[in-house]
Every structure is written in structure tokens, then in C-alpha cells.
Design a binder for this molecule. Structure first.
Ligand SMILES: Nc1ncnc2c1ncn2[C@@H]1O[C@H](COP(=O)(O)OP(=O)(O)OP(=O)(O)O)[C@@H](O)[C@H]1O
Ligand code: SF4
Ligand SMILES: [Mg+2]
Length: 321
């Protein structure tokens, strides 16, 4: 930790998630991942579709049970918590969904949606719903009069503000945003990101931010993990930008594709012509070997481990010394 590096708030240690799939086979979605997130900062997670980003955060949130590994938060491995202890812990790590409308009960009014978590945890009484709903709507810059509306009478951006207000109602320390802005128009996306940044500064929240827009990742994130086939192949922090200082051959191809001339903002990361190998059959060596132009024998035989190439910058590649 450097002088101005805030404390670690969440540490993912050697986390592996395997799914049992048809035919008795095993799919490795996350393979021995270790990452740290710092207080009041944003850890970005990028990579092509299917590389394991959502599985990683869903395992942290205990939506899926982990196969092995630990997630240390407030001095304990939260994956071991059960019953009431797990429920209480869930207050502190909340999620903003890509499509909040799908997560809301359409029969509930805005004020009910936004205060439901508080009522569930017994933190407010029914008589306090209107007052608390008003505060939460103001926090996300929605008109207080919206509290008696239904979510289908709101725009996508307004619904996402509501999703943020609901996620923040319990005053979590960590908020997971899984493509939380991807479904929105670019201008609306910008406003939502400004809101997330303001709330982070005011409340010291740590974000885990999955996003396929590298420009946004550069703007929003203090650290970035690049995932490929269930592995973190590069991790960059210390004030560096992934867009200009990414070193792993996969990161470079990803960036080249994203910054191609006809790339449209908000477009998904779909960079390479060739297929990603199946997570049902992970290679024994470098996960990127089958698509890497620099691949040599050692790459096929031995899996490169993440090693520090500069302070706060780790790369898993035999080529990068
Ligand atoms: N419940 C599940 N059962 C079996 N396999 C799963 C399950 N959830 C995810 N997977 C598989 O795990 C791998 C990682 O999926 P994941 O959804 O985490 O990727 P992602 O990086 O979030 O992709 P995207 O950018 O498309 O959201 C994929 O091969 C996916 O098919
Ligand atoms: S270890 Fe080898 S195959 Fe893997 S990214 Fe580096 S050069 Fe390419
Ligand atoms: Mg996903």
C-alpha cells in the first residue's frame, strides 16, 4: 500500500467457480482469481463476453456458491457466513443491475421499491416510508413527486437512478455494477456515471464495475482487471490507464479492436476473429495461447502467473519480463 492508497475493503483470494454442466462435464468460469478492491475506489473488470466477469461478482455476492477460495470483507471470509450472519452481510454489499426494470416488481410504486430493503431489515417503520423515499429520490436527483409513480412510467435512465437509490438505501460499503449503464443511451450513461462518482465521493463507496466501454472504464476506475477465459491476465492500478498502458497481448488486441476507426461508443467488446476456447476444456498452459501471435512452446506447457511489472501493475505472460 502506498501513502495515498486507501485500505483494502474487499479481498478475493484464489476464488474458483466451476459449474457442473450436461454430460457430467465441468465448466470453469473463474479460475483461481485473486483481486483487491480499495475503500472509496472503483475496481473495473473487463473482457470479452463469457470470460467470467458476472460469475466472479455473483460468487462474491453468494448468488452462486464458490467452488474454492475466500472473499475477505471486514476481517472474515464472507463465503463461510450462513443464515442471519450472511443476511446481515448482504446489507453491506449491494448490486445495481443492467436492467433494473426486470428486478422491480411492476405492481410496486417507486416509494415502495426504494424503501423495501429498509423495511425488510427493520430499519424504518411503515410510517417513515414517504420521508425516507423522498430523501433517497433526492439523493439520485429524481423528483420527489415520482414516489407515487410506477417504474413503467419512467425512462430507462430514471429507472436506473431508482435502481441506484434502492441499492444505496442500506448504505452499503460495496456496490457491484454489472453493466449497469450498458443498456442506456450514451448521454444518459454519462449522467448515471457522474451520479455514481458523486455518490462515491460523498459516501466513500467501493464499486466493482463491470463494463465493456473502455473509455468509461478509464474514466471511472482506479484499478482494472482484464479477464480472459476465467483468468485475470492483467491488473493495472497506481494511476495508470488500461487504454494506454495495458501490456498483456490479449489486452492489446482488445484495445486495438475497441479503438478501431468504426467503433461506436457503447458497442460490446467482441474483438477477435477467432473463437474463445471453451471453458469446458481449459488449456494447461497460457489461457490465451490458442489466439496469441507470440505463443511459443513454454506458453502451451506452463501457465504464466501474474507478476508485477511496475508498482501496482501485474501481467500474466511469459513474454512480459
Ligand atoms: N449458471 C451457470 N451454469 C453453467 N454455466 C454458466 C452459468 N453461468 C455462467 N456460465 C458460464 O460461465 C462462463 C462465464 O459466464 P459469465 O456470465 O460470467 O461471463 P461474462 O464475462 O459476464 O459475459 P457477458 O459479457 O456476456 O456478460 C460462460 O461460459 C457461461 O456460459
Ligand atoms: S504467455 Fe505466451 S501465449 Fe500467453 S499471452 Fe504471453 S506470449 Fe501469448
Ligand atoms: Mg456478464
Amino acid at each position: 500500500m502506498t501513502a495515498n492508497q486507501p485500505p483494502v475493503v474487499l479481498e478475493i483470494k484464489n476464488l474458483t467457480k466451476k459449474f457442473a454442466v450436461d454430460g457430467g462435464r465441468v465448466l470453469t468460469a473463474c479460475d483461481n482469481i485473486s483481486l483487491k478492491a480499495y475503500a472509496g475506489q472503483t475496481l473495473g473488470i473487463i473482457g470479452e463476453s463469457g470470460c467470467g466477469k458476472s460469475t466472479l461478482v455473483r460468487t462474491v455476492l453468494q448468488i452462486h456458491p464458490a467452488t474454492s477460495g475466500e472473499v475477505i470483507f471486514e476481517g472474515q471470509d464472507i463465503l463461510k457466513l450462513r443464515g442471519e450472519a450472511a443476511r446481515q452481510n448482504r446489507r453491506k454489499i449491494q448490486m445495481v443491475f443492467q436492467d433494473p426494470a426486470a428486478a422491480f416488481n411492476p405492481k410496486m410504486k417507486v416509494k415502495e421499491i426504494v424503501t423495501e430493503p429498509l423495511l425488510n431489515f427493520g430499519l424504518i417503520k411503515k410510517s417513515e416510508v414517504d420521508a425516507r423515499a423522498a430523501e433517497l429520490l433526492q439523493m439520485v436527483e429524481l423528483p420527489v413527486e415520482f414516489m407515487d409513480r410506477y417504474p413503467h412510467n419512467m425512462s430507462g435512465g430514471q429507472r436506473q437512478r431508482l435502481g441506484i437509490a434502492r441499492a444505496l438505501s442500506l448504505e452499503p460499503k460495496i456496490v457491484v455494477c454489472d453493466e449497469a449503464t450498458s443498456a442506456l443511451d450514451v448521454s444518459v450513461q454519462e449522467k448515471i456515471c457522474e451520479l455514481l462518482v458523486r455518490l462515491q465521493k460523498e459516501k466513500g463507496i467501493t464499486y466493482l464495475f463491470i463494463c465493456h466501454d473502455i473509455g468509461l472504464v478509464d474514466l471511472m476506475c482506479h484499478q482494472v482487471a482484464v479477464m480472459y477465459l476465467g483468468n485475470v491476465v492483467e491488473y493495472i492500478g497506481g494511476g495508470r490507464r488500461i487504454s494506454t498502458e495495458g501490456m498483456h497481448p490479449y489486452t492489446k488486441v482488445l484495445l486495438k479492436a475497441v479503438f478501431k476507426v468504426d467503433f461506436k461508443p457503447g458497442e460490446r467488446i467482441e474483438p477477435l476473429e477467432s473463437e474463445v476456447p471453451s471453458p469446458l476444456d481449459l488449456p494447461q498452459g497460457c489461457p490465451f495461447a490458442s489466439r496469441c501471435e507470440f505463443c511459443t512452446d513454454i506458453c502451451r506447457q506452463q501457465k504464466p502467473q501474474l507478476k508485477e511489472v511496475a508498482h501496482g501493475h501485474l501481467v500474466a505472460c511469459h513474454l512480459v519480463k
